[in-house]
Design a protein around this ligand. Structure first.
Ligand code: PEP
Ligand code: MG
Length: 589
């Protein structure tokens, strides 16, 4: 393995700790921005060479795609590799190629600018066609065009999904689909200029158990692919060119953390029961079907949140009812005999579906825009395919349905009406499903938090999405690193809101869980339990630390902690109190 040269100076950069762990390795700078295409005139005597350059770029692109196709076929199978046939066909598309050459011959502008212009025209035209198959071609052309342009411009291909060596991924920002496309095992750590503890890329990093540090401002511009760095996900540090003594120090920290982690994993086999005998339900948040294996690995009591939009994010088209059914069934069966709470699509906002720009146009305020249940109620065909797929999966184990971003009773009623239509359609098809399937709402918008008693009329359970509830209660964009220090779960307004939700839910005899990141933080878990929350759902690797604490505390103490901090005015004081509660019960020694 290559090692760093010792000549460069060590530099410590402070960011926000987002996913725990320590990693040391080489950096891969991920540039997301679209290829910048220059425009210039080509001299007359160079025009033949320019066309030859184009031919060569097409050929190299063809070789690259065929190579990827072979790899995919070897690793995933023939069917998965078939999609690349469509990409290869784009390269043979005579209309696209001859129009580019015609454009070049008439204008004399460099070939990449002509190709860019013509391919964009085609992408636009295909994306407007009222035929699903043809619309998908727009995505194919876009992918291939990017690659051809990169080859023309001599830029190395820059794809996260084909990271072959283990690298520290450094980016300005990572979209949920970017982070989801990093193969498990290929990303050593995730480091971004922007972002916060609850941005989706970070949630994915946590579930992949890789360290992440965010909010590093302009780091991605200051480092190069191949530079060496150490990422400290505990304290939110990135150490560039770490010295021998730093590496030695971190080696010791890591071995201590590892042995503590071993203790946690050992204790994790036990039940989550407090010292005064109260059972606590700790469940798993998952984003991908294959993560269902972690439910058993980390002894989760089922899935408290299945973020189904991840099935859609990287897909070139909307997955069909049957495809979704197979995915949901796999998760339900993989979690049996425990329950899986399947959340309906939370697309839009910071999670637009890249392949469907017409469904998710750019918005000024995406977090407060066309997303989640709003999008679903506005696109009943998509919503119904999903609801029928979930209902069909409910026949194969225990499933519950949960709607995201509910803002009031009317949405709940409308969503349930659509669900009833789906049930009637399945009955007509003689398709079995669990007739008693329960339906709940996420409480993550202040208007829902204030109307839990009304929502209770049409809900069987609630789950508090603290990630969004905090951002909307405090008016702090959860992904904005500049104001990340103001994103305080311990703010009195947040605590009062959670208390009110819990009290109102219990008054209506309904259970209420927490599935936001706050629930998986051992510093806050006792407070939430003390406030009366019935279950906590978190990324599976977070379970051992929370369970360890649950087993080391009394529920009566957690209730006292909640009562005490509810009277406090300062979020910092609340945090300090919760941290002290945690420290006095769990030590690494
Ligand atoms: C939340 O908002 O707390 C939540 C769990 O949903 P997401 O993070 O997917 O928005
Ligand atoms: Mg949310």
């Amino acid at each position: 393995m290559a090692t760093q040269s010792s000549s460069k100076e060590e530099k410590v950069v402070q960011g926000i700790s987002a996913s725990q762990g320590i990693a040391y390795g080489q950096i891969f700078v991920y540039l997301q921005s679209e290829v910048q295409v220059p425009t210039y005139q080509v001299e007359l005597d160079k025009r033949i060479d320019e066309i030859a350059r184009f031919d060569k770029a097409l050929l190299v692109t063809r070789q690259q795609i065929s190579k990827i196709q072979d790899e995919v076929e070897k690793n995933l199978g023939k069917n998965e590799a078939l999609i690349f046939d469509a990409h290869l066909l784009v390269l043979e598309d005579q209309a696209l190629i001859s129009e580019t050459i015609r454009e070049f011959e008439t204008t004399g502008r460099n070939i990449e600018s002509c190709f860019d212009l013509v391919s964009k025209k085609y992408i636009q035209a295909f994306s407007e066609i009222d035929d699903e198959y043809l619309r998908e071609r727009a995505g194919d052309i876009q992918d291939v065009a990017q690659r051809v342009l990169q080859n023309l411009l001599g830029q190395a291909e820059n794809s996260l999904s084909r990271l072959v060596e283990r690298r520290i991924v450094v980016a300005n920002d990572l979209s949920p689909s970017d982070s989801a496309s990093i193969d498990r095992g290929s990303g050593l750590a995730i480091v971004t200029d922007s972002g916060s503890k609850t941005s989706h890329a970070v949630i994915v990093a946590r579930s992949m158990q890789v360290p992440a540090v965010v909010g590093l401002r302009d780091l991605s511009k200051r480092v190069n692919t191949g530079d060496w760095a150490l990422v400290d996900g505990y304290d939110g540090l990135v150490i560039l060119n770490p010295s021998e003594s730093t590496l030695f120090k971190y080696g010791k920290i890591q071995s201590k953390k590892k042995s503590f982690q071993g203790r946690l994993m050992e204790a994790n086999r036990q039940k989550a029961v407090t010292l005064d005998g109260v059972d606590v339900a700790l469940m798993a948040n998952i984003e991908k079907v294959e993560e269902v294996a972690q439910v058993k690995e980390f002894f989760a009591q089922g899935v408290g949140l299945f973020r189904t939009e991840y099935l859609f994010l990287n897909s070139a088209r909307i997955p069909s009812e049957q495809e979704q059914f197979l995915a949901y069934k796999a998760v339900v069966e993989g979690s049996a005999p425990e329950t899986v709470i399947i959340r309906t699509l939370d697309l839009g906002g910071d999670k637009p579906m890249a392949s469907q720009p017409d469904l998710f146009p750019d918005e000024d305020n995406p977090f407060m825009g066309y997303r989640a249940i709003r999008f679903c109620l506005d696109n009943p065909a998509i919503f119904k395919d999903q609801l029928r797929a979930i209902l069909m999966a409910s026949h194969h184990g225990k499933a519950r349905i949960m709607y995201p971003m509910i803002s009031g009773s009317e949405e709940m009623v409308r969503a349930n009406q659509v669900l009833e239509e789906c049930k009637a359609e399945l009955r007509a098809r003689k398709q079995p499903f669990d007739e008693t399937v329960e339906v709940g709402a996420m409480i993550e918008i202040p208007s829902a938090a204030a109307t839990v008693d009304l929502l209770a009329r049409d809900s069987a359970f609630f789950s508090i999405g603290t990630n969004d509830l905090i951002q909307y209660t405090l008016a702090i964009d959860r992904g904005n690193d500049r104001i990340a220090h103001l994103y305080e779960p311990s703010h009195p307004a947040v605590l009062r809101s959670i208390k009110r939700i819990v009290d109102d839910a219990h008054a209506a005899k309904l259970t209420v869980g927490v599935c936001g990141e706050m629930g998986g933080d051992p510093v806050y878990a006792p407070l939430l339990l003390g406030l009366g929350v019935d279950s906590l759902s978190m990324s599976p690797p977070s379970i051992p630390a929370v369970k360890f604490l649950v087993r080391a505390m009394k529920m009566s103490d957690a209730r006292a902690l909640a009562a005490e901090v509810l009277a406090m005015a300062s979020p910092k004081d609340v945090y300090a109190k919760c941290a002290q509660f945690h420290r006095s019960r769990v030590t690494m020694e």
